[in-house]
Design a protein. Structure first.
Length: 232
């Protein structure tokens, strides 16, 4: 049976909870992905990826549960493969199907709150970077593509590590507002930085799940993995 490994960043200060959460995530994808064995490893857990790959063949596919094709995906991850030329697929955040999946989830959340889309302000809370323009470019492009699919009152992008901040983006957004964390997993930024920024802004709206937990995303990842082996 073909094999795929979902790889995420994890939490360097406390690796095991994030490792366990990713394993549970991969198990759900595995249930949806008939014909492909799906496992997982975080980069933060020492040697976990290497030990995982020790038992897998050279046609194993790596799926990066990251939001940009940045340093971790293009440099850190390949180095951890130990010279094995395994296929690394594009990360979740640049998947061309993602804006449509997100737009559907946003629309469903608006409907469940009995709002109308043209009344809703959406805050996209992203990581950004003080060293590279790539993460913010990915987030801004995603926002543009979502805007093409669902007509909101406004869609504002704010960042943890660069301007504009999430608190600036969320300011004066009113009660009919959503915050969508543009993160693959519920790590420290989502659990700490994003809530702090929203509190600072006096955000009165509702916070959606992170991108990786949106309805339809796990099913889509399972389809991507299955298709990866169909093309071989």
């Amino acid at each position: 049976m073909p094999n795929a490994v979902i790889v995420a960043h994890g939490q360097p200060s406390d690796p095991e909870p994030a490792e366990a959460a990713l394993a549970a995530y991969a198990a759900e994808v595995n249930e949806m992905c008939g014909g492909v064995n799906v496992t997982s490893a975080t980069l933060a857990a020492p040697s976990r990826l290497e030990h995982c790959l020790d038992d897998l063949p050279d046609d194993t596919v790596i799926y990066p549960l990251f939001m940009a094709k940045g340093w971790f995906v293009t440099s850190a991850l390949p180095k951890r493969l130990g010279g094995r030329e395994l296929r690394i697929l594009d990360p979740l955040g640049v998947d061309k199907a993602l804006p449509a999946i997100a737009a559907e989830a946003i629309g469903s959340t608006i409907q469940s709150n009995t709002w109308s889309t043209d009344q809703c302000n959406l805050i996209l809370a992203a990581h950004g970077s003080g060293r590279s323009r790539n993460p913010s470019a990915v987030a801004n492009q995603f926002a543009e593509l979502v805007s093409e699919r669902i007509k909101l009152k406004s869609l504002r992008v704010g960042f943890v590590e660069e301007a504009p901040s999430i608190s600036e983006a969320a300011a004066n957004s009113g009660q009919i507002a959503l915050c969508l964390p543009f993160f693959a997993c519920r790590g420290g930024h989502v659990l700490e930085d994003v809530p702090q920024e929203l509190e600072q802004a006096g955000f009165q709206g509702k916070v959606m799940p992170v991108i990786g937990e949106l309805s339809g995303v796990k099913c889509h990842i399972s389809a991507v993995l299955a298709q990866a082996f169909e093309k071989v």
